[in-house]
Every structure is written in structure tokens, then in C-alpha cells.
Design a protein around this ligand. Structure first.
Ligand code: NAD
Length: 264
């Protein structure tokens, strides 16, 4: 394959969930810059309107799609509307997610202090919606006999950490399993399924704690060999790779972008 073909995603139709902020917004920016038609979806209508308008004003082909990924019927309808409008859905980034609260090293984070309903909410958002989103694109991608499913997992899906809550670790570990399981089912259909496992990245997650709290940043950076907190820009190269012909023999992988954290 020639260099020009390796990363050619021009005119691909790509759906990104949780695309109005942080890591998902970074995905939308790089995919649009590479010439894809990006359907940016998010539950936050204001951020979606603002960010999609910004990217359109820069000349990129992006479409805002208000979508709550906890709503399975809405997910199915969104996929149907994309296929009806564009004739295909080449790639989906299943990215929307929430933080899980306190790890057990923090006051109030011990197992006996934790709230079962909160656990259910985090599992529903970070695990169930990934299953639902994969399910929503399944028939379409199998029928097309091509596609890419790229899930934002986490360092928490590969390693335990006292800083992270049981619900977050459990939900992201489940996501690792979903990626591997789906990779097996989809492989005969030329649909590749992979996960991106970020370490700490400066975004709005958990009320922007990592963005705004210098104490948390200082404690977090200690465990990152590269000595800094990541930025959404740090995920862009891998996002482009996993959507591109260059990654045509990669499936079922969880690839870390964590400054070396998972190597410790
Ligand atoms: P973020 O809060 O900046 O972005 C998340 C986006 O998801 C927001 O725009 C939010 O409105 C949207 N969203 C939330 N609930 C939704 C719903 N029900 N339906 C549709 N959209 C919804 O956070 P982020 O850090 O960019 O998180 C993106 C993904 O990255 C998440 O899955 C998160 O678990 C994962 N992640 C983040 C980090 C980190 O340190 N920031 C590390 C590892 C993994």
C-alpha cells in the first residue's frame, strides 16, 4: 500500500458519540480534517451546536446529531437515518462515557461507603451503552461487509488503580471484553473492532476535575512515566490509524495512549 492510501479516509461516513467535548471532539476534529463526513453526536445540545458550527466554519463536513446513547431505540433510529442519508456507515467511534467517582484511597470512596445505585448508573452509561451502540451498527456493517468499530475504553479496563472507583474499573473492564468479543463475531464480515485505552486526559469528565484541580493533576502525574497529563490531541493519531486502511490487520486490540502508565 502506498503512503497516500494508508491514511485515506476521505468521504468515509463516521459517527462519533460523545463528540461535543474532550476526547470525542478531538476525534471529530482529526477525522473531519482528514476528509471524512463526521456525524457528531452528543446529549449536550449546546456544546454540539457550538462545536459543529465551529468546525463547519473552518470548512469541514460535520453534521450535529443530538443523541442520548442510553436510549437504545434512539441509537437504532440514528444509525438508520445516517444510512438513509449517506448510503453507508463506515466507522463508528463509541466514545460517550462518564467518570465513576472516588477511588478507595479518597475519603468516602471505600467499598462500604459506596452507593449501589451510583454503581448501576455508571455501569449503565459506560458498559450498557457500548453494547447498545455495537448492537445498533451490527446489521448494517455486516451487510456492507466492511466497517470499523472503535471504542473508547480506558487504562481502567486494563489495570486496577486505587484512584478509580469500582464502578469505573468494572465498566471499563467490561468494555475491554465487549471489544474482544465483538471482534470475533465481526471478523468474518471484514468489520474490525478495536479499543483505545486512554490514561489521564485533560477533559470535562467528572466535572473537569483533572482540568481544574491542580492537586489532582499533581497526584496523577506522578504515575505517568512521560511526566505529563495527556490532551485530546494525544488521541488523534491513533483514532486516525484505527479508522484507516493502515490498520486493516488490527482487530480485537486495546491500544493504550497513557504516557506509559500501563507499563508501570
Ligand atoms: P468529556 O466529559 O469531555 O466528554 C464526554 C462527552 O460525552 C460529553 O460531551 C458528554 O455530553 C457526552 N455524553 C455524556 N453522556 C451522554 C449520553 N448519555 N449520550 C450521549 N453523549 C453523552 O469526557 P472525555 O474524557 O472526553 O470522555 C470520553 C471517553 O473517554 C469516556 O468514555 C471516558 O470514560 C473515556 N476516558 C477518559 C479519560 C480521561 O482521563 N479524560 C481516560 C480514560 C477514558
Amino acid at each position: 500500500m502506498k503512503l497516500a492510501e494508508l491514511f485515506d479516509i476521505k468521504d468515509q461516513v463516521v459517527l462519533v458519540t460523545g463528540g461535543a467535548s474532550g476526547i470525542g471532539l478531538g476525534y471529530c476534529e482529526i477525522l473531519a480534517e482528514a476528509g471524512a463526513r463526521v456525524i457528531m453526536s452528543d446529549i449536550d445540545h449546546d456544546a454540539l451546536t457550538r462545536e459543529s458550527a465551529r468546525l463547519r466554519s473552518e470548512g469541514f463536513e460535520v453534521e450535529p446529531l443530538p443523541l442520548d446513547v442510553t436510549d437504545s431505540a434512539a441509537l437504532d433510529a440514528a444509525v438508520a437515518s445516517i444510512v438513509a442519508a449517506h448510503g453507508t456507515l463506515d466507522t463508528v467511534f463509541i466514545n460517550a462515557g462518564i467518570g465513576g467517582g472516588l477511588g478507595f484511597v479518597r475519603p468516602g470512596g471505600a467499598l462500604e461507603d459506596s452507593d449501589v445505585d451510583h454503581f448501576d448508573r455508571v455501569m449503565a452509561m459506560n458498559m450498557r451503552t457500548v453494547f447498545q451502540s455495537m448492537r445498533a451498527v451490527s446489521a448494517t456493517m455486516k451487510r456492507q461487509k466492511h466497517g470499523r468499530i472503535i471504542v473508547t475504553g480506558s487504562y481502567a479496563g486494563l489495570r486496577s488503580s486505587p484512584d478509580m472507583s469500582y464502578s469505573y474499573v468494572a465498566s471499563k473492564t467490561a468494555v475491554t471484553g465487549l471489544v474482544r468479543q465483538a471482534a470475533l463475531e465481526f471478523a468474518p464480515f471484514n468489520v474490525l473492532v478495536n479499543g483505545i485505552a486512554p490514561g489521564p486526559i485533560t477533559t470535562n469528565i467528572s466535572g473537569g476535575r483533572l482540568k481544574n484541580d491542580q492537586g489532582i493533576r499533581a497526584r496523577t502525574v506522578v504515575n505517568v512515566p512521560l511526566g505529563r497529563i495527556g490532551e485530546p490531541d494525544d488521541l488523534k493519531g491513533l483514532a486516525l490509524l484505527l479508522a484507516s486502511p493502515a490498520s486493516g490487520f488490527i482487530t480485537g486490540a486495546l491500544i493504550s495512549v497513557d504516557g506509559g502508565k500501563s507499563a508501570t
